[in-house]
Structure formats: C-alpha cells, structure tokens
Design a protein around this ligand. Structure first.
Ligand SMILES: NC(=O)c1ccc[n+]([C@@H]2O[C@H](COP(=O)([O-])OP(=O)(O)OC[C@H]3O[C@@H](n4cnc5c(N)ncnc54)[C@H](O)[C@@H]3O)[C@@H](O)[C@H]2O)c1
Length: 426
C-alpha cells in the first residue's frame, strides 16, 4: 500500500482547517506533517488534531521555505495578499501546491505563480471548489453530450446573501480592497471560471462591467444608531445586526460559520462571542466600517464564435451562494436553480430533471461547499500520490486564463469601457 501523501498546512484558519480534515477521514491517503500560522490558537488546534511534531510547527510560511523539504505537498490557505510569495517559494522547493483562490491579487503575480509551478514541475491546484461540485460537473457533462446543442448564451447569478455579505465583505476579511482584493476577484473568480469552463474554454473577446458599493455606506446609517450593535438602541430594526447574526445564533447552540470565525483566539461560546462583538471587527455597525468593495456587479462577455455570457453578483439576497444558471443552446435550455438541473428540449418540448448524489464523509457533509471541498482535496491527493496532474480539474494555464478574465472585467468597470481582452493594453 502506498504511504500517505504528507502535507504541510500553511495558514491554519478556516480553509486550512477544513481541507486538513481530509487526513482525519482518510489517514491512509493523507497525513498532516507540518503547520505554519502566526496564531498559536489555530496552530495548536491543528497540531493536536493531527499529532504534528513540535519541530514541524512554525509561525510563518517562510520558515517552511527555509527548511529542507520534508513533505510532498503544501496547502496554502493564507489571506489573499499572502498567496504569491509562499506559492512561488514553495513551488521552487519542489512542493506540490494546493493554493486557495484567488491565485494572487494582481495578474502579474498570478503569472509568476503559474510559471514557478510549470518550471518546477509541481502540480498546482487553485481551489476553484465549484469545479469539484458533482452538480457543476454534471452541467459540463450535459453540455458536452450536446443536450442543449451549440451553447449560445450563459446567464449566471451569484446571490451572496445579505448577512454573508455583511459578515465577509462589510465587517470581515474581504471588506477592503487594499487589505484583500476587489469583490469580483475575492467572491466571483469561481463564477467567471465556471462561465469560461462552460463556454468550452474558448477565448473571451470583449468584456464590460458595472457595479459599486451600495447601501453599506456611512450616509445610510439610521438615525440614533450606535457604532457597535451591542450598544445600539435601533439594532432590533436592523437586518444586519451583529447581535442577530452571531449572538442569537450562539445562544441557540450554533457554533459553526459565521460564528466560528469571529473568535480568533478561543472557541466560540456566549462569552467569547460577546467579547468579540464588544471589541472586534464583527461587532461594528455595518454603516461605520472601512469597507469599500462592490456589493453588486454585472459582467457582460463575448467569447469567440459569438457566444455571449452575463454574470451578476449581488449582496442583497435571501439565498447564500446558491448560484442560478441558464445555459441557452441551439436545441435546448439547461437551468440550474442551485439544487437541481433541468433541461428543456426544444424538439420534444419536454423537460428532464437531473439530480446528483452528493454524499461525502465526515464534516465535509455539513452544507455550504463542503461536498466540493472534499472532492477537491481528494482529487489533489490522488494527483500527488500518482504524480498525475490530469487528475485535477484545471491546471495553471486554465486557472490563469479565467483569472485574467476577472482582472479584465474589473478593468472594464474601473475604466468605464469595453475591454478587448488580451489585445487591449492601456
Ligand atoms: N475556495 C473558497 O471557496 C474559499 C472560501 C473562503 C476563503 N477562501 C480563501 O482562502 C484563504 C484563507 O481564507 P480563510 O477564510 O481560511 O481565512 P482565515 O483568516 O480563517 O485563515 C487565514 C490564516 O492564515 C494565517 N496567516 C496569516 N499570515 C500568515 C503567515 N505569514 N504564514 C502562515 N499563515 C499565516 C492566519 O493567521 C489565518 O489563520 C483566503 O485567500 C480566502 O480568500 C477561499
């Protein structure tokens, strides 16, 4: 029996912890042998769970790069602006790399990562988790089988969810472009990747985009509102109240996302959540934050051969990330409502529904994109174990192409014009 793939977790936060759970389920396939994170709470939590030797725990990714190579692969799950340096350095050390999205926050840095991985001959998997969702894979299989004929138009919606947006993009880690990245990159690089994939990987010729930060601005602060929800006299009338989003949930015994990520140095309970809301970023009034990323953005694209696509990302929805898609072809229309796929055939004028088996083991089965996370790690571990990059869904070149589209779309929004992709330099 082959020995397990040895992995170092670089960034033991929410994503690093999730992916490393694979080792608890399949110890014969993967072993966590090292951890790097400046937060001792996060480090020791994973160290205990995976019985990692003291000498293999570090408070910075660079300590891993300075050591002799002692594992097969690294999971790079650091904040957005800390992807490029560890990815390039650790690829050059010969580690296979599972890298959180976005690859990096500039196109030049994305290119550098792709180059470093290609030159070092290591496998690079960027965590476009949706590619590994069995329903999303089924959509591609159906398109490739010709159920809609030639694809003519793709319409895709990403409903972020009102409290998810307030949590992540108003109060949280992705609220401010200078600290993380612009919203289309942080939230929707998955979606433009899917559109590119469903369009058969063909080249996008031109793109336009509009969007802005709506509502979560100082001028919309209600009269009488305080700067923190726990001190606020009008909080009961606010859908974005931190008390409702976090404290009411933990009081009902809910300690998972989003509650799980607001107490960075302790387990979430009523006391620690209350303290986090009194002093930390997640207790702030949503109209008094240093947020600047778009809350709603549209992107229009024309691909080679005239295929058009339209994408919408919007904060103000009930659904949380349950994407909705229509793929209109010459012979039928495929619709995905976030749960099941339906294909209407123009010839027979009948609809066929397609459901997909989505069970996976352990904590991965607990909602969100857990199922996709499981399949992503599973594919990466298989690819590393057999040194076969074809076992992952998309390699450096394709990842770079879809990231490029995101940068071009954002450029179109900022410059208020149509961008002619790849040929349009300044
Ligand atoms: N694929 C997806 O769908 C998806 C979902 C959420 C987040 N993400 C991405 O995953 C990444 C991590 O997000 P998260 O939610 O886990 O954030 P997080 O804040 O929970 O975790 C990041 C961790 O990196 C650690 N870190 C910071 N500096 C470090 C350093 N110098 N060396 C080593 N570790 C360091 C932090 O202490 C923290 O524990 C981000 O880039 C984010 O955009 C991807």
């Amino acid at each position: 029996m082959p020995s397990p793939v040895r992995v170092i977790v670089v960034g033991a936060g929410s994503r690093g912890e999730t992916y490393s759970d694979y080792a608890s389920i399949h110890p014969e396939r993967m072993q966590v042998v090292g951890i790097a994170d400046p937060r001792s709470f996060a480090r020791s939590k994973l160290q205990k769970r995976h019985k990692v030797a003291d000498e293999n725990t570090f408070d910075d990714w660079s300590c891993v790069a300075e050591r002799e190579k002692f594992a097969d692969a690294v999971f790079i799950c650091t904040p957005d602006r800390l992807h490029k340096d560890p990815a390039v350095a650790l690829a050059k050390k010969g580690y296979h790399i599972l890298l959180e999205k976005p690859m990096a926050v500039t196109l030049e840095d994305c290119r550098e990562i792709a180059e470093a991985c290609i030159q070092s001959g290591v496998i690079l998997t960027v965590c476009h988790v949706l590619r590994y969702d069995p329903v999303i894979s089924k959509i591609k299989t159906l398109i490739d089988c010709g159920v809609v004929g030639d694809v003519i138009h793709i319409q895709h919606l990403e409903p972020v969810g009102f409290y998810h947006f307030a949590h992540s993009f108003v109060r949280g880690n992705w609220r401010n472009e200078a600290e993380s990245s612009f919203a289309l990159l942080a939230k929707s690089c998955h979606d433009l990747d899917l559109i590119h994939h469903w369009a058969g990987g063909r080249r996008c010729i031109k793109v336009s985009s509009f969007g802005s930060l709506s509502h979560f601005r100082k001028e919309n602060k209600p009269r009488g509102a305080a700067n923190r929800c726990l001190d606020c006299s009008v909080e009961s009338n606010c859908p974005y109240s931190a008390k409702k989003i976090y404290l009411d949930r933990v009081k009902e015994g809910w300690v998972r996302w989003p509650v799980s990520v607001i107490c960075s140095n302790s387990v979430p309970d009523i006391e620690s959540v209350t303290e986090a809301l009194k002093t930390g970023p997640y207790g702030r009034c949503v109209y008094e934050c240093d947020n600047d990323v778009c809350s709603n953005q549209v992107v229009n694209m024309e691909f080679e051969g005239g295929l058009t696509a339209s994408f919408t990302m919007v904060a103000f929805t009930e659904e949380i990330c349950e994407r909705k898609t229509s793929i209109c072809g010459s012979r039928g229309e495929l619709s995905y409502n976030g749960k099941e796929i339906s294909v209407f055939d123009f010839l027979t004028q009948t609809s066929t529904k397609h459901t997909v088996h989505k069970n996976v083991p352990g904590a991965f089965n607990s909602g969100g994109h857990g199922v996709a996370d499981y399949h992503l790690v599973d594919a990466f571990i298989s690819a590393v174990a057999s040194e076969d990059p074809l076992l992952i869904q998309l390699g450096p070149k394709e990842t770079l192409a879809s990231h490029r589209l995101v940068f071009e779309a954002e450029r179109a929004r900022l410059e208020n014009r149509v961008v002619f992709c790849e040929t349009d330099h300044d």
